[in-house]
Design a protein around this ligand. Sequence first.
Ligand code: ATP
Ligand code: HSE
Length: 312
Amino acid sequence: MAVYTHVPADELEALIARYGIGALISAKGIAEGVENSNYLVDTTGGRFILTLYEKRVDEADLPFFIALLDHLAASGNPVPRVLADRDGIQIQRVAGRPACLIEFMPGLSVAHPNAAQARAAGTALGRMHLALREFDQERPNSLGPSGWHALAEKCGDQLDRIAPWLGSRVAHELAWLDAHWPAALPRCVIHADLFPDNVLMLGDRVTGLIDFYFSCTEVRAWDLAVMHAAWCFTPDGSRFDPALGDALVASYEAAHPLLPEERTAFATLARGACLRFLLTRAWDWLNTPADALVTPKDPLAFLRRLDHYAAA
Ligand SMILES: Nc1ncnc2c1ncn2[C@@H]1O[C@H](COP(=O)(O)OP(=O)(O)OP(=O)(O)O)[C@@H](O)[C@H]1O
Ligand SMILES: N[C@@H](CCO)C(=O)O
């Protein structure tokens, strides 16, 4: 359940009144997600998402995310814009947290995507990368190679509480990736977290790409590698589905061809993606109180994926 911050009804009513979107009808906390608090807000003028930014989103980055969403929406990508209130203000303070009111996108995220859905998602990523050629703002990736080292150090010996050998395995992977990371590949702003739960679909059609709060300037093909690792395995990471992998990569390439050097480096990029999600999940696993409302995700599901790419 991802509602970390409760918004009192009178505060919500006053917020909605600032937007000229009618009167508040209801607001429900959204269970999905682990990072931020999200509410589904209905007013007499329509349906909206209210996001309160929690632990991992830095308020100073919000203008970058808002500009990115504006750019992508303006170039025809299915992403939600952030609404401005009557004074033109987009970043609010709600219950003491930075917050934005966001366009509601139709569709559902698919728990177990099929090949047609992977194909649609690959096309959506390729089109997004095309549009991002014209986006000139930058944001460093705090969860890129140097961030992995910092996170592994912060987890320290505690990694072995998850599995007895995990600390030494992570150290080995960090050293291998330091030696092989293809940092010279083309870069652009990427989504960096396009898991199935961040792609809304109706049937086999993509209706919304959401949750851009890890977007950053990074090796472009890493975005596809993140998707490959997130979309093409059983949830526990034990089995790779080649039909999903082929559908995802072929459809991406039809919209935005990979360079030969991106193709060559793909398994290494995916290995880095697995380490990134292993480490953020491990940190959450070790630091989520037992009585928290959020269930931490399994770090080892990304070690199993990593093993797949390491063997490739
Ligand atoms: N613009 C939107 N339109 C429709 N639904 C949305 C929108 N934004 C968020 N949601 C809903 O809220 C849920 C949580 O949103 P989101 O994935 O942004 O949360 P998060 O806490 O940042 O999650 P994550 O754990 O994936 O980082 C989504 O699964 C979706 O159901
Ligand atoms: N998509 C991530 C959560 C955001 O970092 C995961 O499943 O671990």
